[in-house]
Design a protein around this ligand. Sequence first.
Ligand code: GLU
Length: 283
Amino acid sequence: MTTPITRFAPSPNGPLHLGHAYAAIVAHDRAMAGGGEFLLRIEDIDGARSRPDLADAFRADLAWLGLNWREVPPQSTRIDTYRDALTGLMALGLVYPCVCTRTDVARAATRMGPDGPVYPSTCLRRGVPPGPDVAWRLDMEQAAELVGDLTWRDERRGVQVARPALFGDVVLWRKNAPASYHLAATIDDAADGVSVVTRGADLFASTHVHRLLQVLLGLPEPVWHHHRVLVEADGRKLAKRRGADPIGDRRRAGEDGRAVAAELRCALFDTGISLSEYLDTPL
Ligand code: GLU
């Protein structure tokens, strides 16, 4: 088994809450349990929503939780790499320009995917010239045909048949910001040498697309570890946009971060098993 290299990849568009702390702890402990390494990557290419000043608070929060990490370059330093990847996909004829707005997509869509309305390839069919104000979408049908059947493995849920078509023609390059999450995260995980991609189960379906992109871009295949997501009393995921309490408030109030981390580690287990047992539990 290869040494586990895991990562926590927060976007600095709001303060970290307990759900992030939990994700960081899972990634950290997964790496430590296998004698590996835990990485921090700041995913700071979210246009105007990105607040680079928050990265320092993230570091302070992780240290407060008692975690050690190695920080890898933030996404904003890798734009050229993402552009090169896009250019490679253009050369293969696998991407096309798109000028549709979110409203256009919502109106035209005939089905829902894991991320919302699925784009019905309107701009592929009508042909749109490239230009500075276009987004670039993956021609999913062609891409899937090129790579054929794919699988990927989640440590907890076992081998999955990749179903990238669920998403339709995903955006790889955005109009007002550079690479999309799918393209950037896939390239970064390979560039950072991540061998176990740990993240919340809310992103489980995204992995279908990431696996396809890995093959198209000739990147190595990691394994994934999608962990449970902390929910609020009403069953909804803790979320920045719904104002989940920042853990920084507790840090600044002088609470013991290691005790908070210990509580979260308990939240990992339905049955009171240890972390190493949890990781070794057959799926
Ligand atoms: N940057 C993403 C977020 O903050 C995480 C993406 C990932 O772990 O793949 O939700």
